[in-house]
Design a protein. Sequence first.
Length: 187
Amino acid sequence: MVSEASATDARQVRTRAKLLRAMLTLLEQGPFDGITVRALATEAGIGYATFFRHYPSKEALLDDLAAGEIAGLLGEAMPLFSAENTGRACVALFEFISRRKALWRALLTGGAAPLLREQFVGQARRLAARFATPDTATCPIDLRFTFATSATIEIIGWWLRQPEELPKETIAGILDRLVITPTVAER
């Protein structure tokens, strides 16, 4: 027999998943600023008031969507990162984004870029804190991570806006040369 609490939890998980999918669908159709809570509820197949049981605002829903994507991206790329071979992590990053291109294009070009940037930089700063050591470098690690993350977002956005797609390996090499290698060399 399923307990009432686990049935409620399962229902909450399903509703949140529907809302995340609805946000993605609507971002692919138009800019974030044009999305309403009513449209999200309709797209998700839930009641308007139900939306607010899960999220206080559409921005909170977008934040949840972005956080999940960025965690997935970092989770896939960071284990491959090493100072000796930064290129592998860069290729993994663009492979991840390539598999979710519609979502990342919507996040970066549909009016959600500032929130995505904030979420990405926040996660990168938390990651930097794990690597923090008494640093004698001329540039603090927190600033290096913030700069590298912001530049990475700009390069991803540029790549996604190109009419003809550059190969993942090419754009990964550009990211590595312009951002990652100089950032790592600062250590």
